[in-house]
Design a protein around this ligand. Structure first.
Ligand code: ADP
Length: 321
């Protein structure tokens, strides 16, 4: 429905632009014709025998040429102004349409992402309330509810922080941060939810000057993606080291990997790959966008490498303190 509406808008735009340019060309042709006719009339008004006939004819010809040049100059300026305006309007409308399309996709994704954990948690709690469960079942439901609440919490953080950062309203609190400790605690958190799947290899005491809340969001996004997009029986490795004054974090998985031509696009806002792994997993396409934004704010970087054993490596660099 939207594309049809957009097509109609652009069709109208092109028709209007063509009409304006056609009117301009018509104006130029008509003025030139009038100019020629006026010169002819003036020439006819002098008799060949009149004194200084040749000079008068030459003056009329001069005036005619001058007017042609004047019309051409005015016409070209007019055309350039119209074209510049048209390009600007085209660009602005396209940008606006893209933003509104993105917002629509986002609203759909977020509504689904917000409602699902709430529905699951509600169902789990109702089951605990209404049924007599053995200890094992009880624990399983509580764990599952906790997982869903964590997911909801992570999503809310991503949403809030990215809108705050974009609006320039987030004040970074940079401090000396023990990245090794933070990574270990994030991995511990995931280990309780995904036992036996995630491993960490970090040198102790790697310090960076950074905002702990933001860096934790980055680490969680990368670990969450690595677990989410790779098969359940595969492992994820988080390795932290230093190299050339930089703290280097690598999150390696054995998932489907990311095509070279998509490696940059996955960092765009709301961008999600169209493959099976992505369709099965839940997400909004906000995590990597926010992660790169945060890292750049810390003068750091992120890039995607191919895991030689299949899958991807997300490699982060942050200046060490
Ligand atoms: P989300 O996970 O919410 O979809 P992200 O911004 O974190 O959003 O990721 C964007 C897209 O990049 C994902 O939808 C997925 O297609 C792809 N992606 C991210 N991490 C991985 C990974 N480790 N392996 C394969 N694909 C990934």
């Amino acid at each position: 429905m939207n594309t049809k509406k957009n097509q109609r808008i652009f069709f109208l735009y092109w028709v209007l632009l063509a009409y304006i340019i056609a009117a301009l060309v018509f104006w130029f042709i008509t003025l030139n014709k009038q100019n020629r006719e006026m010169s002819e009339l003036k020439k006819e008004s002098y008799a060949i025998t009149s004194p200084k006939y040749q000079e008068k004819i030459a003056a009329i010809e001069d005036e005619k040429e001058r007017k042609i040049k004047q019309y051409a100059g005015e016409g070209t300026t007019f055309l350039l102004v119209i074209l510049a305006g048209a390009i600007f309007v085209y660009w602005a409308v396209r940008r606006q349409l893209k933003i509104s399309q993105e917002q629509q996709n986002f609203m759909m994704a977020v509504t689904h992402e917000l409602k699902t954990p709430i529905a699951i948690a509600k169902l789990n709690l109702e089951t605990i309330q209404k049924r007599k469960l053995d200890e094992d079942q009880h624990q399983r439901l509580i764990n599952n509810t906790l997982q869903e609440t964590n997911r909801l919490n992570a999503l809310c953080n991503n949403l809030l922080i990215s809108s705050q950062i974009e609006a320039g309203g987030y004040r970074m609190e940079k401090q000396e941060l023990d990245l090794s400790e933070l990574l270990n605690s994030c991995v511990d958190d995931f280990t309780s939810r995904f036992p036996g799947r995630i491993f960490v290899n970090t040198s102790p005491g790697i310090i960076v000057k950074a905002d702990p809340v933001l860096i934790q969001i980055c680490i969680n996004n990368l670990l969450d993606n690595a677990l989410k997009y790779s098969p359940k029986e595969t492992e994820v490795m988080a390795a932290l080291s230093t190299s050339g004054g930089q703290a280097v974090l690598q999150v390696t998985d054995n998932g489907p990997g990311i095509d070279d031509k998509e490696k940059d696009k996955v960092f765009e806002k709301f961008y999600r790959l169209g493959n099976e792994a992505t369709k099965r997993a839940k997400g909004t396409g906000l995590g990597l966008y926010l992660t790169r934004k945060i890292l750049r704010r810390h003068r750091g970087s992120i890039r995607i490498l191919n895991n030689p054993g299949g899958g991807s490596i997300f490699a982060v660099q942050l200046p060490a303190a």
